[in-house]
Write a protein that binds this ligand. Structure first.
Ligand SMILES: [Zn+2]
Length: 348
């Protein structure tokens, strides 16, 4: 759509608005605006099931490194994962179970706090910790480093990112803005993660916020890429739907603004022309002009907001004839005004 075509676009515009309303009234799109998008993405990711053991390890790493607490005692390290999200808790329990063949050692507590939100704790004792985590990989967790297998394999990298997001990620409702972030407590680990993420297609920024380090991306393409990487395909569809609607709204706004500008121009010109016509009439000069000029003047006064195209249509003459005759009238009026100013100066 080129701007110069827009003034003759009033009919299709109505079509655009109804198309927009149709899109807006689609159930899936309305649903998303009513729900917390972060929650939706987390719920979807919690249902993704990695198949390879290394991918499961990678995802569990992401969870532990963001929402896990390690306690070191003389008996060795023990671990607790805390989350208010049931889906995330379920995911952690499943991963522990699949990787460590554990059932009963995991405790899931539901606590009703002031805000009446549940808090889920998943505890791994020192004995189980050393059994579940082989020596070779547990130093990565203790040191909060990116696990080497997550750097080497694409599938594991994706799983690790999923774990990190499930633990401490959030994403803004795309209707408002495009912004996805992962919060990390330690500066050194945040920097290490940034380095790791730089190796993917995503360019994360880092900012310090309230004693935390926030890794973020804030353009629609990056957010879409991230959702694809971690396997949030249905959330990605929602984002794309909203992106289409937003683009359409922007286009329509641009068109409307353009039309407004055109109308304003027409009216400004029209005011000048009508003043000129009035002046010529006042001086009895309009009737001395050829009939064709008088006709244009009459139609202009009767159709204040009409464009030259419209006046030309009414009179069945060319647009350039309309333009020429109105210009002539304006020039005559200008000359009268100029002479009048000159007379006044001479009198003074
Ligand atoms: Zn893998």
């Amino acid at each position: 759509m080129k701007p110069n075509k827009i003034s003759s676009y009033s009919l299709p515009r109505a079509g655009f608005f109804s198309a927009l309303e149709n899109l807006n009234s689609r159930k899936d799109v309305v649903e998303i605006s009513e729900l917390n998008f972060s929650q939706r993405v987390r719920n979807e990711l919690a249902r993704v099931k990695p198949t390879h053991p290394s991918c499961k390890w990678a995802e569990l790493f992401g969870l532990i490194q963001t929402i896990g607490t390690l306690n070191i005692s003389t008996r060795g390290p023990s671990l607790e994962i805390k989350t208010e999200n049931a889906a995330v808790a379920r995911k952690a329990v499943t991963l522990f179970k699949e990787l460590g063949q554990m059932d009963s050692e995991l405790i899931v507590e539901k606590e009703t706090k002031l805000k009446k939100r549940n808090l889920y704790r998943i505890r791994v004792s020192a004995e189980d910790f050393s059994r579940i985590f082989p020596e070779s990989i547990h130093s990565n967790i203790l040191d909060k480093d990116v696990p080497t297998f997550a750097e080497d394999q694409e599938c594991c990298r994706r799983s690790y990112l999923r774990g990190l997001f499930l633990g401490s990620g959030s994403v803004q409702n795309p209707e408002k803005t495009y912004h996805l972030e992962i919060r990390i407590a330690e500066k050194r680990f945040a920097e290490r993660l940034k380095e790791f993420l730089d190796g993917t297609d995503l360019k994360f920024g880092v900012v310090e916020r309230r004693n935390e380090f926030v890794l973020y991306i804030k353009d629609s393409d990056s957010v879409a890429t991230f959702l694809t990487m971690v396997g949030a395909h249905s959330s990605l569809l929602h984002l794309e739907n909203i992106r289409i609607i937003k683009d359409m709204k922007n286009n329509i706004n641009r068109m409307v603004n353009c039309e407004d500008a055109n109308i304003e121009k027409t009216i400004t010109a029209s005011v000048k022309q009508v003043q000129a016509i009035d002046l010529l009439e006042e001086r009895g000069m309009l009737k001395t002009l050829p009939k064709s000029f008088q006709e244009v003047a009459r139609v202009r006064k009767e159709n204040f907001d009409a464009s030259y195209t419209k006046i030309a249509e009414i009179l069945e003459i060319s647009k350039s004839a309309v333009s020429y005759r109105l210009k002539k009238i304006e020039d005559m009026a200008e000359k009268i005004a100029k002479d009048r100013r000159k007379d006044q100066e001479d009198e003074e």
